[in-house]
Design a protein around this ligand. Structure first.
Ligand code: 4LM
Length: 392
């Protein structure tokens, strides 16, 4: 099948019903291992001389369908599926570095990615620096002889700051350094970093790709050469792979990604306008707000602003917590990208592991809240927010 539009590929890519008894829904190959017809077949599969499945930690047909689908969605050659977003982040970062190397990172990252970077520094002497990535010369000045990866989130969790992905990719090319982008907040429907010159895209598939809050998973996409190397090293030997059932749930969720994202974006835009006007709200951080400092950049590299709104309420941590406790429809929970609207307090939840000083540098204070706007009627989400804000 030749390449079709994104909305079509999310439904069809990687699956051929007539090769599976005409089953419209793909089969779940719920098996740990695969039977060889002869000892020689097994030997030649292990030697890489013959195509075919061996063992589900190496590859599985249901998981492979998902890997083909995400590769197409991100305009990459090869996808890999992992047991969580963090399994993907760690396999990629450990695969691209060795002791003595240096990673240049965006100004903020998800709390557990921060934890992983700390661990890599303490245990393996792989150092890192956080950088605003707003100025070309300053980026060049921060690349050292030991820099082997540039790692960015855009938008950054939870401050929503953006990185000019095309600019960073262009600079990295001058030095031959791979750029890895965690694209979780946008999903490939809104932003495709490989098309902007980056080398690897990572997703916490747990979020928008799944969309229904019932899977923990990770995905990564890049060139055939690099991803095949990672598949046979940090993926296979650390072993954080995805189960066939989770891959099936993701194949199902991904079919509706474009329609879900359109609704998340519409709801978020509407709610950002209302939140911004409320007297109990100090500032909103939303790339779709015309007053957002990087509004132009958002328009340049994202199809739409996404479904996440961070905002600071007037008051202190206790005010933020009592506001959360007043909510009735909106659920207090970490994670994002689900049908349900979720709210969390980054300073004490997703980014609690980040020491206070680093949190402040990233722009996370006690007044900051992060909303993952769901698919409910925006009027109902607003009624809930408004009644809780009015109590502050
Ligand atoms: C959260 N985030 O923010 P797994 N990359 C990004 C993320 O936001 C996350 C991961 C990787 C949240 C989880 C509690 C940008 C997770 C890690 O949780 O390992 O699938 O993804 O609320």
């Amino acid at each position: 099948m030749d390449t079709k539009r994104f909305e079509t590929e999310v439904i069809h890519k990687g699956y051929h019903a007539l090769q599976h008894h005409g089953s419209l829904s793909p089969p779940i190959f719920q098996t740990s291992t695969f039977v060889f017809d002869t000892a020689e077949t097994g030997a030649s599969r292990f030697a890489g001389e013959q195509e075919g499945y061996i063992y589900s930690r190496l590859s599985n047909p249901t998981v492979a369908m998902l890997e083909e689908r995400i590769a197409s969605m991100e305009s990459g050659e090869k996808g890999l599926a992992f047991g969580s977003g963090m399994a993907a982040v760690s396999a990629i970062l450990l695969g691209l570095t060795k002791t003595g190397d240096h990673i240049l990172c965006s100004e903020g990252v998800y709390g557990c990615t921060f934890g992983l970077l700390q661990l890599m520094e303490e245990k393996y002497h792989i150092t890192h620096d956080f950088h605003s990535m707003s100025d070309e010369d300053s980026i060049r000045g921060s690349i050292t002889d030991h820099t082997t990866v540039i790692y960015i989130e855009s938008p950054i969790n939870p401050t929503m700051k953006l990185v000019d992905i095309e600019m960073v990719a262009r600079i990295a090319k001058e030095y031959g350094i791979p750029v890895v982008v965690d694209n979780t907040f946008s999903s490939p429907y809104l932003q495709r970093p490989l098309e902007l010159g980056c080398d690897v895209v990572i997703h916490s598939a747990t979020k928008y790709l799944c969309g229904h809050g019932d899977v923990i998973g990770g995905l990564a996409v890049g060139s055939n050469e690099l991803m095949s190397h990672l598949a046979m090293t940090t993926q296979k030997d650390i072993g954080g792979v995805m189960s066939p059932f989770d891959a099936w749930l993701l194949l199902r969720g991904i079919k509706t990604l474009p329609v879900r994202m359109d609704r998340h974006c519409e709801n978020a835009k509407k709610l950002s306008e209302l939140l911004k006007e409320h007297p109990a709200v100090e500032t909103i951080l939303f790339p779709g707000d015309p007053e957002f400092p990087q509004y132009e950049l958002a328009n340049k590299q994202m199809k739409n602003a996404g479904g996440l709104i961070s905002f600071q309420i007037k008051g202190d941590k206790a005010a933020a917590q009592s506001f959360m406790n007043s909510l009735q429809l909106i659920k207090i929970a970490v994670s994002l990208g689900d049908a349900e609207t979720l709210i969390q307090h980054p300073a004490t939840m997703t980014h609690a592991v980040v020491p206070e000083e680093s949190r402040k540098q990233m722009g996370i204070n006690d007044q900051l809240l992060r909303l993952s706007i769901g698919l409910e009627a925006w009027e109902d989400i607003w009624s809930d927010l408004e009644q809780a804000l009015n109590k502050i």
